[in-house]
Structures are given as structure tokens and as C-alpha cells.
Design a protein around this ligand. Structure first.
Ligand SMILES: NC(=O)c1ccc[n+]([C@@H]2O[C@H](COP(=O)([O-])OP(=O)(O)OC[C@H]3O[C@@H](n4cnc5c(N)ncnc54)[C@H](OP(=O)(O)O)[C@@H]3O)[C@@H](O)[C@H]2O)c1
Length: 269
């Protein structure tokens, strides 16, 4: 399929990833939360039937991991049932779907997770995102579920910005050194989606290359960072210790350190 010749719809177009997807797919039809609430099944189906896209890219989600613990119902509506409605609508119009899921569908007791690994989430966000995967698989065949992790991009709140802000406000910034993952630049990921659309339906693990702890990631951004444990830095939602996604299906993307350099350059323009 020639991407330029197909009609693409981006849902969640003004989120952090959604905004970069809009740069990569400038001719796509773009829908923000205001234009379409994905928890409204009738609206989702009518809207997709009116637009009749060839490809739908869903970047809409309820992404506040701690917030999901307090707002369980909303988390399951947006992250679980919403993607199911989108899938149902895609089937009706014969569209394929690219949807984003998360490393947090895994419990994090293993060091690495390949695409075929059985998920076992340990927090509400992870459970709600896993329900989204299941609802898509139940409702359509032509899907690409792309599990991603530790996103940073210029159009959203992200770890890099938090570190830069805290570094100016505190003598020392404490960051956990016992949770490991793969930081991923939204611009790299958005560009990779062009390739994913062309691949076989299924589940993909897409991240920048290289593994680090949050502390190691922070040390590449600021100087006044000190390591601590997850015990010392309690959060409402439990986090997996190792949420390292392994990509066995596509070419790896560049190392997160190179991607971080590109991000820092982009934000300073
Ligand atoms: N950020 C990460 O580190 C990370 C890690 C792994 C996976 N992911 C996944 O990557 C995808 C993109 O994440 P992101 O960081 O770009 O998220 P984000 O910046 O929070 O963007 C999410 C977008 O979804 C919209 N939205 C929320 N509820 C909606 C609803 N009911 N109907 C329609 N739109 C709704 C939001 O609009 P409003 O703000 O106006 O509500 C926002 O524009 C998500 O699927 C997320 O689960 C993210």
C-alpha cells in the first residue's frame, strides 16, 4: 500500500504522540478529544462511517498511571472499551487499525518481554490497556497493536521535562534506580508507524534501542540527580521492575541516547 494514497484518520491527535503522528501524516483527518470521545460507541461508529478511512491510528488514551488507580471506571472506558468501539467501526468500513499499548501490561518480574509473552498487569492502567488489546482482537483482524514505553516528545508532559524543571528547583533530584525500561522518542515512533502499517497484522514491540533505569535516564538529562529505591519513592500505582520490551519483528530504532539528543535539540528551537 502507498501511504500517501490512502486515507488516514488519527484519533487523539493533540496528545504527545498524536501531535507527532500529525507531523508524519500531514494529510490525515485529525480528531481530538473535543471532536470525538472514544467512550461514546455510537459517536465512534458514526464518525468512522462518515470519514471512511483506510487506516485508523488511535493515540487517544487515559495515560495518568496513578490517576487510573482513583478513576478505575474511566480508565476501563477509555483504555479498554473505547479501542473496542474503534475496532468495531474499523471492521464495518474495512479499515485497518494501528493502536498503542504499553509495557505496563507486563508485571516486570522477567528481564525482557517479547511480543508473544503472556501479559499480567499489576496496576489499573495496565489492566485497562490490556482490556483494550483484547477488545481490538475480539472485534477485528486487520490490527497492529504497538506496545511502547517511556515516551518523551515535545507536545506533552514527560520525564525529560520533569527532570529539567526539578533540576532548577532542587539541590538534588531523587530518581529510582530499580525500575528498568526503554525510553522512546515520540517523533521516532511516529515515523516508524509508516512502516508498521505495511506489516502483517499482530502485536509489535517498538521502542528506541537500549535499556536503562529511570536514574540512568535522568543522569543523561541533568547533573544533580541521586539514585533511590522504589521503596523510598512510593507511588499510588505499582510499577513493573523490568518493563523491557523486545522487538523481534522489525528493524530496531536508534539508541535512546541519540534520540534524547535529537529531542533536546528540537525543544530548544
Ligand atoms: N506516555 C508514555 O510514556 C506511554 C508509555 C506507554 C504507552 N503509551 C501509550 O501511548 C499512547 C499515546 O500516549 P501519550 O503519552 O501521547 O498520551 P497523552 O499525551 O496523554 O495523549 C492522550 C490523548 O488522548 C486524549 N483522550 C483522553 N481521553 C479521551 C477520550 N475519552 N476520547 C478521545 N480522546 C481522549 C487526550 O485528550 P485530552 O488531554 O484533551 O483529554 C490526549 O489528547 C497511549 O495509548 C498510551 O497509553 C504511553
Amino acid at each position: 500500500m502507498v501511504v500517501g494514497a490512502i486515507k488516514t484518520l488519527i484519533i487523539g491527535s493533540n496528545g504527545m504522540l498524536g501531535s507527532d503522528l500529525c507531523k508524519v501524516f500531514p494529510y490525515a483527518v485529525k480528531l481530538t478529544h473535543k471532536n470525538l470521545d472514544i467512550t461514546n460507541r455510537t459517536r465512534v461508529i458514526n464518525c468512522i462511517q462518515e470519514i471512511r478511512p483506510d487506516v485508523v491510528i488511535n493515540a487517544a488514551a487515559y495515560t495518568n498511571v496513578d490517576g487510573c488507580e482513583d478513576n478505575k471506571e474511566l480508565a476501563f472506558q477509555v483504555n479498554g472499551y473505547g479501542p473496542g468501539y474503534i475496532a468495531e467501526a474499523c471492521t464495518k468500513v474495512g479499515a485497518s487499525l494501528v493502536h498503542f499499548s504499553t509495557d505496563y501490561v507486563f508485571e516486570g518480574s522477567k528481564k525482557e518481554y517479547v511480543e508473544s509473552e503472556i501479559p499480567n498487569p499489576i496496576n489499573v492502567y495496565g489492566h485497562s490497556k490490556l482490556l483494550g488489546e483484547k477488545k481490538i482482537i475480539e472485534n477485528m483482524n486487520d490490527y497492529r497493536i504497538v506496545r511502547i514505553s517511556w515516551l518523551f516528545g515535545i507536545h506533552g508532559k514527560n520525564f525529560v521535562e520533569t527532570m529539567l524543571k526539578l533540576s532548577g528547583e532542587m539541590d538534588n533530584v531523587k530518581v529510582v534506580n530499580d525500575q528498568f525500561g526503554k525510553p522512546t522518542y515520540t517523533m521516532d515512533l511516529a515515523s516508524k508507524v509508516k512502516e508498521i502499517i505495511e506489516l502483517e497484522p499482530g502485536i509489535y514491540h517498538i521502542t528506541n534501542d537500549g535499556i536503562c533505569s529511570w536514574y540512568e535516564f535522568a543522569s543523561s538529562i541533568i547533573d544533580n540527580v541521586v539514585p533511590c529505591t522504589s521503596e523510598e519513592f512510593q507511588r499510588k500505582a505499582k510499577r513493573p521492575k523490568y518493563s523491557v520490551l523486545v522487538n523481534t519483528k522489525t528493524e530496531p530504532m536508534r539508541h535512546w541516547k541519540e534520540a534524547l539528543k535529537a529531542y533536546l535539540k528540537e525543544r530548544n528551537i
